[in-house]
Design a binder for this molecule. Structure first.
Ligand SMILES: Cc1cc2nc3c(=O)[nH]c(=O)nc-3n(C[C@H](O)[C@H](O)[C@H](O)COP(=O)(O)OP(=O)(O)OC[C@H]3O[C@@H](n4cnc5c(N)ncnc54)[C@H](O)[C@@H]3O)c2cc1C
Length: 431
């Protein structure tokens, strides 16, 4: 289980250098009262805080480390629409009404991100070059064409690109095709998280960093949130700790698998290379069991992401396969210098859907980004706010479910390793 030391520093990511500095925030001390206590300063918690504060709700957000310290400040920066499942699968699993709302929420989630960025003037290099979901085998290409039709039948502005079009957009002939979704884009994720925090604060939310919640207890009609140096009383508690959940609520940490993913970032590419590597500045992720994802940022740096050892690392040796992968895609990148290496944890759920739970009166928990949380967790924060403001569960665009622990959870590191090995095997034989 991941352990959080109080106030751990940010990992040595590119974003720690390039994101706009945040204003210093206090640690929580003493005794206070709020209508809503939000635990976790990532996209889910920050978006919930912003949406609640904008409607005049008295919110306090408690973050154990810094704003964006978790996956939100470390990710690939891809603002991708959609859920892990296809629209047809979502309708099959949740029926026409809820399913249609889930498809709409996840499809429009990038719109929400970019509208928040615009409304609050967040300086986070937001761009809208679209998302490529790229394929490497004929079987995957058939599935991607089918998926494109499925999305299009729900009004999504997607297109299927054959190999030449993908090569023109990416500068590599490596892919057989891709589904292109123009709703996607990219951001500097730490900059976006910090901007959300400032917007929430301006709207009246109280934010505390270096404030690790140690325990929750029921008291009368409300909750007592205990920290090392203080106590917060609240009517509602919202847990947005995602993969960094460390046992605050029974069973929550065992309802997901905290999977590591890693990113290597290059020095700014030369003008010549910058014009040939991802020239359309779309973001790309591979449709695969073990996905590789990449983009070129606003400073012309190439960011390559993919599977990671199941431990914290910024050791260049662990990232060699990503650098080799970049060279395979763009042989001219062989002399590029790689300057930043970091990783982080994302929460995978057994059914690959994000989970919204209400395990007790006045408590909401949200986790399970399944690797696509920049847009989705922003949208989930908005759903949480709507629920606290009185929306019925049937009106939400995500199901509220009971916490289901994953059987044999203790063996997840072995399970992840087996899945990686299986993914590599399938790739090797062209499946
Ligand atoms: C390497 C990597 C690459 C990724 N790439 C992409 C991508 O390109 N596109 C995309 O859409 N998604 C991506 N993701 C997923 C995305 O980053 C996450 O879905 C999203 O950031 C989750 O946001 P969150 O608010 O739910 O959780 P987090 O951002 O993880 O925030 C949880 C916070 O809770 C805090 N916390 C935990 N326990 C306590 C406590 N007891 N008290 C107080 N605070 C506590 C933690 O310190 C942490 O800051 C990636 C993830 C990783 C790790």
């Amino acid at each position: 289980m991941p352990r959080i030391e109080p106030s751990s520093p940010l990992p040595p990511s590119l974003y720690a250098e390039t994101a706009r500095q945040s204003e210093p925030l206090p640690s929580f001390t003493g005794e206070a009262r709020a209508s809503v206590a939000i635990i976790g300063g990532g996209f889910a918690g920050l978006s919930a805080a912003l949406h609640l504060a904008e409607l005049g709700v008295d919110v306090a957000l408690l973050e154990a480390n810094e704003i964006g310290w978790g996956a939100s400040g470390r990710n690939g920066g891809q603002v991708n629409p959609g859920l892990k499942h296809s629209p047809a699968e979502i309708l099959r699993d949740y029926g026409e009404n809820l399913g249609a709302r889930m498809i709409a929420l996840s499809g429009m989630a990038p719109d929400l991100v970019f509208s928040i960025i615009e409304k609050h003037g967040i300086a986070c290099a937001g761009r809208r070059g679209g998302t490529l979901r790229a394929v490497k085998t004929i079987k995957q290409a058939d599935a991607a064409k089918h998926l494109t039709d499925d999305y299009a039948s729900h009004g999504a502005p997607v297109k299927y690109f054959d190999a030449p079009e993908v090569a023109a957009r990416t500068g590599t002939p490596y892919y057989l095709g891709a589904m292109f979704d123009p709703r996607g884009g990219d951001v500097n994720p730490l900059g976006y998280a910090r901007g959300l925090a400032m917007a929430a604060q301006r709207a009246g939310a109280k934010l505390y960093t270096g404030s690790r919640v140690q325990a929750l207890a029921r008291a009368g009609n409300g909750w007592v949130v205990s920290l090392a140096c203080g106590t917060l009383h609240a009517e509602h508690v919202v847990l947005c700790t995602n993969a960094y959940e460390s046992g605050l609520w029974p069973g929550l940490a065992r309802s997901m698998v905290p999977v590591f993913s890693m990113i290597a970032a290059s020095e700014p590419l030369s003008m010549k290379l910058a014009a040939t590597v991802m020239p359309a500045r779309s973001v790309l992720y591979e449709q695969a069991d073990i996905t590789v994802y990449f983009r070129v940022d606003d400073g012309n740096r190439l960011l390559m992401g993919g599977r990671s050892p199941s431990r914290d690392t910024s050791n260049r040796r662990d990232f060699r396969y990503l650098l080799a992968y970049a060279q395979k895609l763009w042989p001219a990148s062989q002399d590029v210098d790689w300057t930043h290496f970091w990783n982080g944890q994302l929460a995978m759920t057994a059914d690959h859907y994000p989970h919204l739970h209400e395990p007790a009166e006045g408590v909401i928990a949200c986790l399970g980004c399944n690797g696509r949380g920049v847009a989705l967790m922003t949208a989930m924060g908005q759903q949480i706010a709507a629920r606290i403001l009185g929306a019925r569960t049937e009106e939400l665009a995500m199901p509220v479910s009971g916490i289901r622990t994953i059987p044999l959870h203790a063996f997840w590191p072995a399970g992840v390793a087996a899945r990686v090995a299986y993914g590599r095997f399938k790739e090797a034989i062209g499946l």
